[in-house]
Design a protein around this ligand. Sequence first.
Ligand SMILES: *Cc1c(COP(=O)(O)O)cnc(C)c1O
Length: 428
Amino acid sequence: MSELTQAEKDSLTGAADNRSVQPEAKEAAPAKLSAVFPSYARYDLSLVKGKGSWVWDDQGNKYLDFMCGLAVTSLGHAPEKVGAKLKAQIDTLWHVSNLFHIPGQDRVAALLTGNSCADQVFFCNSGAEANEAAIKLARRYHQKVKGTGRYEIITFEQSFHGRTLATLTATGQQKVKEGFLPLPEGFKTVPLHDLPALKAAITENTAAIMLEMILAEGGVLEVQQEFLDAVVELCQEHGLLLIVDEVQTGMGRTGKLFAHQHYGIEPDIFTLAKGVASGFPAGVMLGKGYLREAFSPGSHASTFGGTPLAAAVMEATIETMLEDELPQRAEEMGEYLRGLLREQLADTPFVKEIRGKGLLIGIECTEPVGDIVLAGQKQGLLFVQAGPNVIRLLPNLYVSKDEIHQAVDILVQLIHTYANKGNGEAHS
Ligand SMILES: *Cc1c(COP(=O)(O)O)cnc(C)c1O
């Protein structure tokens, strides 16, 4: 390493600035930087209040929320029944260690296993943690129960599985990995729908195949039935576990309680987080009964996983979803929303495809859509991208036809405007 000159050292320490800048000029220095790490490219909006499908900013402006904290507030903002249950629990008991029985956990586990192919659940706090638990369970099942040394997980390009070291390694997007080397061993990524590549990636070390039913962050890409059937067959043939990441697609969003139920398959393991607790931090990893022994006492844990508060919110959220038949509602409203979009955007070459299931909808355009997202905010409609060219819509599952019409009016007008003038840059 070469020696720094005094001027270079000064510029690093700020000494040069201190010498050359007058006190008066310093007063007018740029606004103080936020004390929060700048790891998010934030929109210039502060949202301070929410009710149902609507949120308000700190200037009193009102927005129709078609992103829902990214598929989180699926019951709308501040749902009353869930809020009442949370308040009651706040007055009763917030936290006890998982060294004790937590009755609320058993009730949530019964609701989830009673409505899915899973028999066992593990509670944690986020999607990444649920996927981390799934990866650990798959490895431990092979290594401790089956007595093999298998450890490798095969995932797919454009997938998203989280930001911990293991889950970002599992993620099939280069941008989330940059600057975080070395990555943990034991992950392979192959192109989606490429069966020969998948077959070639399987070795004697392969423990599991992990995928989303709709690659949501990757552009709202639906997995093809035929490919998924072949994946299931490969898992059976080679003794691999099938892990389905339902962090975004789960909890009624796609028109079934869990998206894999559209395909008539039963994963060995699947994971939940985003819609499972109406915005309270919670994640769940669910698995088949034969995996039970793999998580023997002491093998895995989480201080905050499924505490009495989290369990109360999950229980109220899931009960509400089942009582109000929200998966079915998502199916119907999604059909309605896609129908309106297809009708009104049919002759717009700027729009390549309108796709998705239930209320997880993607509008693929021929050019980047970042400016459309920002223009939508100015018109009072919140939605997000899924990759540079795809507009993603994620309204809450109670969204009304009237609200859908309001959103479609804004969106269609924006898309026509941008289609005509051309839209240069992305803001992703
Ligand atoms: C959001 C997401 C995750 C990560 O969830 P966090 O709660 O942010 O850790 C993982 N998988 C999928 C499919 C997601 O959409």
